[in-house]
Ligand binder design. Structure first.
Ligand code: OSB
Ligand code: MG
Length: 367
């Protein structure tokens, strides 16, 4: 039985500011959820940020919709983890809030059954290939230096954030310094329909993909751009559900999909997108949202599924935090990370550490 949920707002300083086309983050501030069940507890991490810059959700909206709408539905309907998306379906939108609650139920069930999350989701790998996402830097020279550091650490794929005014030049500099690496760019929707010449001019860099060049709702624009390019487009923000993935593939708006469990409404929805893409021979990879060790453990479990054939944005704890919330995740010299094998997510935040970074807490219990 689901007895309640605990909501925790936490704040962790980032080792360095992370700049994207939609803003700069200096701290990781997010909601952790703990499902309290008669069989024990389970953790989930909500990938929303303080501001609605990446998508419409943000921490306060997620907190309220969980507290006042989603959790009361789960307490009333008492679904198992697999049934939780249906119990939450009446609430329109809010995929990140829903995903966090589902993750906590999955973790609780897996822990109680002594099964790892990877196994539960259908994972087939014990370790996954990982990449790193590098924020916009002050200069091309700094960008090249950041890339060099991460290549030395073993990362298998480098992704550069770009925005108008910080695109061709830093990418050209990195490509010149490292002619053979797997290199991609992510615009977080910062460009418009008039920017196809820019992307055509970047064909010469042999990019692995261009992630989310245009605004999220613009599937038609992505389809038109993809038709003009050899370089593959990858959608992130545009795919907020399995139905969006069906539409994107049918419209040929992309040739690769970035799967983030939070953005698509949960790990189970992530599996649905994975399965669809696998049937159609479309590569997928696991995106990231600067998660703490809890969310990272979920990402590793998801990335262990067979269709995740490109390195994910799953980097070492040290790339994000001086001290993670869980045991630190590390990247091997070969650019891989082990998939947790313990029950559930396979991680448990240390109570003292958690208390030190919690800025707000509320528990919602079954009456
Ligand atoms: O667009 O993939 C993105 C981080 C926050 C919000 C959006 C994105 C990102 C990243 C970082 O690129 C991925 C990570 O290392 O977690
Ligand atoms: Mg992205």
């Amino acid at each position: 039985m689901i007895e309640g949920y605990e909501l925790l707002m936490i704040r962790l300083p980032l080792v360095s500011p992370f700049r994207t086309s939609f803003g700069t983050e200096t701290d990781k501030e997010c909601i952790l959820v703990r499902a309290l069940t008669s069989d024990g507890h389970g953790w989930g991490e909500c990938v929303a940020s303080p501001d609605p810059g990446y998508s419409a959700e943000f921490n306060e909206s997620a907190w309220l919709v969980m507290r006042d709408h989603l959790i009361p539905s789960l307490l009333r309907d008492q679904p198992d983890a697999a049934g939780s998306p249906v119990a939450m379906e009446w609430v329109r939108g809010h995929p990140m809030a829903k995903a966090a609650l589902e993750m906590a139920l999955l973790d609780a069930e897996c822990r109680a059954a002594g099964v790892s999350m990877s196994r539960r989701l259908g994972g087939v790998r014990r370790e996954v290939e990982v990449g790193v996402s590098i924020g916009i830097q002050g200069s091309s020279a700094e960008m090249v230096a950041r890339v060099a550091e991460h290549l030395e650490q073993g990362y298998r794929r480098i992704k550069l954030k770009i925005e108008p005014g910080a695109d061709r030049e830093p990418v050209a500099a990195v490509r010149e310094a490292f002619p053979d690496i797997l290199l991609s760019v992510d615009a977080n929707g910062a460009y418009g329909p008039d920017d196809s010449p820019l992307f055509e001019s970047m064909e010469e860099f042999g990019l692995l993909m261009i992630e989310q060049p245009l605004e999220p709702p613009d599937l038609l624009g992505h389809a038109r751009l993809q038709a003009r390019l050899r370089t593959r487009l990858c959608l992130d923000e545009s795919v907020a559900s399995p139905e969006d993935a069906v539409a994107a593939l049918e419209l040929e708006a992309c040739r690769i999909i970035n799967i983030k469990q939070g953005r698509v409404g949960g790990l189970l929805a992530g599996i649905a997108i994975h399965d669809l893409c696998r049937e159609q021979g479309v590569p997928v990879w696991c995106g990231g949202m600067l998660e703490t060790g809890i969310g990272r453990a979920g990402n590793l479990a998801l990335a262990s599924l067979p269709g995740f054939t490109l390195p994910g944005d799953i980097s070492a704890s040290a790339r994000y935090f001086h001290e993670d919330l869980t045991e630190p995740f590390e990247v091997s010299a070969e650019g891989t990370m082990p998939v947790p094998t313990g029950p559930g997510l396979g991680v448990e935040p240390a109570a003292e550490r958690l208390a030190a970074i919690t800025v707000r807490q509320e528990t919602i219990r079954k009456e």
